[in-house]
Design a protein around this ligand. Structure first.
Ligand SMILES: NC(=O)c1ccc[n+]([C@@H]2O[C@H](COP(=O)([O-])OP(=O)(O)OC[C@H]3O[C@@H](n4cnc5c(N)ncnc54)[C@H](OP(=O)(O)O)[C@@H]3O)[C@@H](O)[C@H]2O)c1
Length: 334
């Protein structure tokens, strides 16, 4: 069936659009990631229903990477099918990102940060997504063995070629972020955004000074895995439900669900209840209230989850003393 986007998607969705650093771009407070649930192993109609729900409710930013799936590349293939079937008329209302940096194809040129890899990977991504350009292209991770300038110049050049409008970096340490900021600014392709993980169980980019640096230098910040892959929801408060990410034992392992962690999650859930919110809603709102954060980049396995998560954009500020500091309780392995 043909897709017609909801006419209420901006006026009545209540989405909060937030300026991304010192740029002209506004991003929705809640963005949608395609890491899980959009691969070749997933049901296409379900992918569509999640993406439709998102766009119908003001989520204009979809985040992908070359190797999202499984199998690798298949989330971009799903995006390509949806472009053809649903989203082509709305291309200019969508902000689509992709990345390269992790292993993608065999041999020495399908991983890390070389110019060879960064350029070839974006060409492949555009083909899979049936796009002429992406809105945002990221270096997915810091490569300690490639000169930073080589990776950064590749980012500059894809913008010059018209294959990306903006560039970003993900998971680069603070000192490398500073180099990237300076290099890209000097080459007239300012760093739009940093993608890092901040959530109630992991505050590393706050503690390392990355969020402050971004805020002070006009760089946006988007937080991936803001729900710690589902831990910061009601999903695991009473065991491990069938069909949940943890049952797959890949990126989220059942061994991480220690009694200590469950106690802390229940403590947080109690605070959320007092605030009249779900734990997911509160966990996202906590991030959105941090100075310098542009958007939270959620995953979802159903439109219903997204519906709950969207409420976070209107949540009240926090008393941090009450929340406590649980960030040492979990060792995250992704
Ligand atoms: N830059 C990087 O290196 C990097 C790394 C990781 C992720 N990312 C990006 O960040 C995006 C989000 O990552 P993520 O999927 O880990 O995010 P997340 O939002 O922390 O976790 C999403 C998962 O939590 C569960 N969930 C979500 N809302 C829920 C709700 N209201 N109630 C109950 N459960 C709920 C679902 O798990 P179930 O499947 O169990 O239902 C969902 O798949 C990715 O898609 C990707 O775009 C980037």
């Amino acid at each position: 069936m043909d897709y017609l986007a909801a006419e209420t998607r901006y006026d009545e969705s209540g989405m909060d659009f937030r300026r991304c650093g010192r740029s002209g771009v506004l991003l929705p407070g809640v963005s949608l990631g395609f890491w899980h649930n959009f691969g070749g192993v997933d049901t296409y109609e379900k992918c569509r229903s999640i993406a439709h729900y998102a766009f119908d409710h003001g989520i204009t930013h979809f985040d992908l990477a070359n190797n999202y799936g499984p199998p690798y590349g298949s989330a971009e293939v799903t995006m390509g099918h949806m472009m053809d079937q649903d989203f082509r008329p709305y291309r200019d209302e969508l902000f689509i990102s992709t990345k390269a940096g992790y292993d993608m194809w065999p041999g020495p040129y399908g991983n890390w940060g070389s110019r060879k890899y960064m350029m070839a990977s974006l060409d492949q991504s555009l083909k899979r997504m049936h796009l002429e350009y992406v809105d945002l292209y990221y270096s997915h991770r810091y490569d300690p063995n490639t000169p930073l300038e080589e990776t950064l110049q590749a980012l500059v050049d894809v913008v010059r070629q018209g294959k990306a409008l903006y560039v970003g970096i993900s998971r680069w340490p603070l000192e490398a972020l500073k180099v990237a900021d300076k290099y890209l600014r000097e080459h007239d392709v300012p760093l739009l955004i940093y993608q890092g993980r901040i959530n109630l169980l992991d505050r590393a980019p706050v503690e390392d000074g990355i969020l402050d640096y971004c805020a002070a230098n006009g760089i946006g910040f988007i937080s991936f895995s803001p729900l710690a892959q589902g831990l910061l929801t009601d999903r695991y408060l009473n065991g491990i439900p069938e069909g949940s990410r943890m049952t797959r034992e890949h990126f989220l392992k059942s061994s991480s669900l220690t009694p200590q962690l469950v106690d802390y999650l229940k403590h947080l859930n109690g605070i959320a209840e007092k605030r009249g919110e779900s734990l997911a809603e509160m966990a996202l709102a906590w991030i959105l209230h941090l100075k310098g954060v542009t958007s939270v980049l959620v995953g979802a396995s159903s439109p219903e989850q997204l519906a709950k998560n969207l409420k976070s954009v209107h949540s009240e500020p926090f008393d941090d003393a009450e929340i406590g500091d649980g960030h040492n309780i979990l060792t995250q392995n992704t």
